[in-house]
Write a protein that binds this ligand. Structure first.
Ligand SMILES: NC(=O)c1ccc[n+]([C@@H]2O[C@H](COP(=O)([O-])OP(=O)(O)OC[C@H]3O[C@@H](n4cnc5c(N)ncnc54)[C@H](O)[C@@H]3O)[C@@H](O)[C@H]2O)c1
Length: 248
């Protein structure tokens, strides 16, 4: 018997990297998994790996599409127990060189998308009596990295918003837990692209060299923990998984 038998999970940015691994692990534990993304071919391929997997095209910046995605999930599987707000992207540039357009893109996708996801999911989760929301932050939200000021702002924003939404759910007596995960460097297409773009002496890379890169399963195991009954005593917190990158 899997840890998520009878449960339904929705994972944004599920076509690639961490989101795809989350989908595999939650499905392995018995959850019906809906993955959403803007990379349709990759997303459909990940969904096809899963028993009862469903892929939906979904730009997380679009409130109307959020309503449709949640409605389709409920229509198809009857409920929504876990939301993983995982979609994200990074654009490089210091405060002096990053365009405001690229600043807004990152905060819109990660802070805006996470806010819209919580707003769309909470009414359904509260009606079903319980839920777990897992927001993908980053160690970048806990420190300063000169080359990614918007990404750090977005991830710090997710950490603050996670606490506020967890408090709201507690005040409303919803049995919905809301937590964030702050990974350090993990091997995914996002980091492969970043490492290829950046000069070897770029700010922040020394941390990766010192602490090594994790694998998507290192994060997916925590997503599972937070999604299932094992994580029942956690809410409003951010769990750092970084092999000690931020310990000192
Ligand atoms: N890989 C790491 O080292 C690392 C570390 C800390 C945090 N994170 C976070 O983990 C999450 C997943 O990252 P990853 O490394 O797997 O990257 P990835 O690029 O492999 O996957 C991110 C996915 O998000 C999707 N996406 C981007 N914009 C979107 C939008 N507007 N709407 C819907 N989907 C969109 C992409 O298409 C992609 O499939 C991100 O939030 C990232 O910031 C990653």
């Amino acid at each position: 018997m899997g840890k998520l038998e009878g449960k339904v999970a929705l994972i944004t940015g599920g076509a690639s990297g961490l989101g795809a691994e989350d989908a595999r692990v939650l499905a392995r534990e018995g959850a019906k998994v809906v993955i959403t993304d803007v990379q349709d071919d990759l997303g459909a391929a990940v969904a096809a790996e899963l028993p009862d997997g469903l892929y939906l095209h979904h730009d997380v910046r679009d409130p109307q599409r959020w309503a449709e995605v949640v409605a389709t999930t409920i229509e198809r599987f009857g409920r929504l127990d876990t939301l993983v707000n995982n979609a994200g992207l990074v654009r490089f540039g210091t405060v002096e060189t990053l365009s405001y357009e690229d600043f807004r893109l990152q905060t819109d996708v990660m802070v805006g998308g996470t806010f819209l996801g919580c707003q769309a999911a909470i009414p359904h989760m509260s009606r079903d009596g319980s839920g777990s929301i897992i927001n993908m932050a980053s160690v970048a939200g806990l420190k300063g990295i000169s080359t990614i000021p918007a990404y750090t702002a977005a991830k710090a924003g997710i950490i603050g918003m996670t606490r506020s939404i967890a408090v709201h759910c507690r005040e409303q007596k919803y049995r919905i837990r809301v937590n964030a995960i702050a990974p350090g460097g993990i091997v995914t297409p996002m980091t492969a692209q970043a490492l290829a773009q950046l000069p070897q002496d770029a700010a922040g890379l020394d941390q990766i060299h010192d602490h090594g890169m994790g694998q998507p399963i290192d994060i997916a195991n925590m997503v599972l923990y937070l999604a299932c009954e094992d994580g029942r005593h956690l809410t409003g917190t951010t769990i750092t998984i970084d092999n000690g990158e931020t310990m000192a």
